[in-house]
Write a new protein. Structure first.
Length: 227
């Protein structure tokens, strides 16, 4: 989550950038083998997400949870609402209770640091931005994705100037330190599961640094009482 922005200095980001040279999209089988388990359960996760979405007005907008995200969440008057189930090791128990299938998957997948159900309002645009550091990867699973006139997913992720359309049951593991932005080019809500996943296959010193940063973020999350 955006707490990493508070704890990761530009020098740390540059350190990762100079030591890790991987493309924007990564092989999920290599970097996050449990991805297939989430994708295999996408319909059950979708049903839980849509049940949550029935109470949409009670789900906070991203910038209401993380005020620093106002430039990308509150930029156009259209909602980006987030239902957070886990944030850097801190479980949000009442949210997990509402999504038992997803909760079960998360409990058995220690590489997942954070988990969020993401709801984009019709015509929402998330402007171009970058994540803070390469010790964490982003896994995205399409749950309820509207389609355009050509039958393609109408929600578009532009990652490092390449377009990705992640439809229902489709998934993508990607590095959010590359510039990216998102559009929902439809008149319907788009729902997706977003996971922050611990990056595997790093040098030992970067693994230790990542563990320290992640632990610090989790401590701050517990102190702030994010729910």
């Amino acid at each position: 989550m955006s707490l990493l922005y508070d704890l990761s200095a530009n020098a740390v980001r540059r350190l990762y950038d100079t030591r890790i040279d991987t493309p924007p999209v990564l092989d999920a089988g290599f970097y996050f083998p449990d991805a297939a388990r989430f994708a295999g359960a996408w319909q059950a996760i979708r049903d839980e997400a849509l049940a949550v979405a029935a109470r949409m007005q009670s789900i906070p907008r991203f910038h209401e949870v993380m005020p620093a995200q106002m430039p990308i969440s509150g930029n156009d008057g259209k909602d980006w609402r987030v239902y957070i189930l886990k944030v850097y090791g801190t479980n949000i128990d009442k949210h997990l209770a509402a999504c038992p299938m997803l909760a079960q998957l998360l409990a058995s997948t220690p590489d997942v640091l954070s988990a969020t159900l993401s709801f984009l309002a019709p015509r929402k645009h998330i402007p171009r931005h970058r994540g803070p550091f390469r010790g964490v990867l982003r896994y995205q699973l399409g749950l309820s994705v509207p389609v355009d006139m050509e039958g393609r997913p109408a929600a578009v992720l532009l990652l490092n100037d390449h377009e990705h359309r992640i439809g229902n049951g489709e998934h993508l593991l990607w590095d959010d330190t590359y510039p990216h932005e998102v559009w929902n080019h439809s008149d319907e809500m788009r729902a997706a599961l977003l996971l922050d996943v611990r990056r595997r296959h790093m040098p030992m010193d970067l693994r230790l640094l990542s563990s320290a940063l992640i632990a610090s973020v989790g401590m701050v999350a517990r102190w702030r009482g994010i729910d």
